[in-house]
Design a protein around this ligand. Structure first.
Ligand code: PBG
Length: 327
């Protein structure tokens, strides 16, 4: 005799919002979110980023205000990107104690103390006249080992300015070891490294290049960032970074790489974060502006998917807004 009723009824647990909340496997908390912020030297008013509606290049003052607001709604951390007034071949402003990132770090650590985690992107592309993430050889390729010394020096400058976590994003070989050694020798043994360990050469960074003004003036980054086709290589990058001393690691971009997030999260025992990059933000904002999707639902759904895949922390330009929605 065939059963008169379905044996199992998963719908029973979906009947009310309270039931659904009770059995939810994944939660996103404001503290899980990291807000990337841009601060530009030499401007008097914040400048909107055209390809990222809602995101601005901050002045030092407007950055302080926005950072305070993010801390107030419980965002876990800020990730600072600086745009200097003057760029040169070696990105001198990146480790100048008077450079824009260092100034902003001093402002924020003075204002906020240890209430929110202050992170800074550690790379050269926003600071070099050529827009590459490292120093160039005479033939115009990025010189890995010469770049490492610059990275170590930037880490020390950021630490001296009050950064809580440095976040190298340049994808040079040996960068985590070089930065760790530089920090330790300068006495900053307690500053952790969040390594952009598996960072792909992605089309989804498009809008960021307007925001951070770091587009390469020639060529592209495929010589140092990873090929989107590879996942085993990502695991290798992650293993290397951890063996060099990374305290936390990141996968970037996010949505198109959730398989990588999931594999990495299974493999490692350090915190795993994922970066929902500028192009992911722009896609949802553009569709929402056209009335093609429900913006807030889409935002929270993407954030949930990162957590479900195994990311503990999520870098997202929606961090402050999402934190408000989640409270
Ligand atoms: C490099 C850096 C980039 C991003 C973060 N750090 C650009 C790149 O690698 O070309 C992209 C972030 C985004 O798209 O939101 N300093």
């Amino acid at each position: 005799m065939t059963a008169r009723f379905p044996v199992a009824r998963p719908r029973r647990l979906r009947r009310t919002p309270a039931l659904r909340r009770l059995v939810a496997e994944t939660r996103v908390r404001p503290e899980d979110l990291i807000l990337p912020m841009f601060v530009k030297e030499g401007i008097d008013a914040p400048r909107p980023v055209a390809s990222m509606p809602g995101v601005v290049q901050h002045t030092r003052e407007s950055l302080r205000k926005a950072a305070h607001e993010a801390a107030e709604v419980g965002v876990g951390a800020l990730m600072l990107f600086g745009i200097p007034e003057f760029k040169d071949e070696r990105g001198s402003a990146a480790d100048d104690p008077a450079g824009i990132v260092q100034q902003a770090l001093r402002d924020l650590s003075g204002d906020l103390g240890d209430d929110i985690v202050l992170m800074a992107d550690l790379c050269l592309d926003e600071f070099t006249s050529h827009g590459h993430c490292g120093l160039l050889t005479p033939s115009g390729t990025v010189d890995n080992d010469a770049t490492l010394e610059r990275y170590a020096s930037i880490a020390v400058a950021q630490a001296a300015a009050g950064v809580h976590v440095v976040a190298p994003s340049g994808m040079m070989d040996g960068q985590v070891a070089a930065i760790r050694a530089g920090l330790d020798e300068a006495g900053y043994t307690e500053i952790p490294i969040l390594a952009y360990a598996a960072k792909y050469a992605s089309a989804f960074y498009g809008p960021f290049r307007d925001a951070a003004e770091g587009a390469p003036k020639f060529g592209d980054r495929t010589g140092y960032q990873q090929d989107p086709a590879n996942v085993r290589e990502a695991l290798r990058e992650v293993e290397l970074d951890i063996s060099e001393g990374a305290d936390m690691i990141m996968v970037k971009p996010g949505l198109a790489y959730l398989d990588v997030v999931a594999k990495v999260a299974e493999m490692v025992r350090v915190p795993v974060s994922a970066y929902q990059v500028s192009g992911e933000y722009a896609m949802v904002e553009a569709a929402a502006r056209n009335g093609w999707l429900d913006r807030e639902r889409a935002i929270l759904e993407t954030l949930t998917s990162f957590r479900r895949a195994g990311a503990q922390q999520i870098l997202t330009y929606w961090a402050a807004e999402a934190a408000r929605l989640l409270r």
